[in-house]
Design a binder for this molecule. Sequence first.
Ligand SMILES: [Cu+2]
Length: 158
Amino acid sequence: MKKMTKLCTLLIAVLLNGPVFAGGIQVEGAWARATAPGQDTAMVDMTIVSEKAAKLTGFATPLSQSAEMHSMTHDKGVMKMREVQAIELPAGQRVNLGEAGFHLMLIGLRAPLKAGDSLPLTLNVQVADSSSVKIEVKVEVKPMTDMSHDEHMHHMHH
Ligand SMILES: [Cu+2]
């Protein structure tokens, strides 16, 4: 266990120093909920850290017919989603999409998402110095909860 702690400390140190990320961008904990029967949309959340100031400008996936980035706001108790063109990734800052009020939306799923699946998605990131980076991400599908139905319903209130 002691060894483990040491390893963790080392990893954290590396994260703080920054320069070792593959392509300067690190993605962690990408996940979605398993879909309910008949549900053809899904929300994906993840945490992104970019060494340099960057923007998430979109994503591609073979899983659905369309792929949009959404912001989510509460308006008089109703959750509203709006498509956004870019999500800011300030230099060196951990951006959790959900906490920042965003998510990736898969619309027109080609197959249900099942708990335990690990699904492919490619992020398009525009780095401030104008290079663009594609990042392959695996989305972990977690078991469905009552929430997933709500999310689906909320999506109707565009
Ligand atoms: Cu959405």
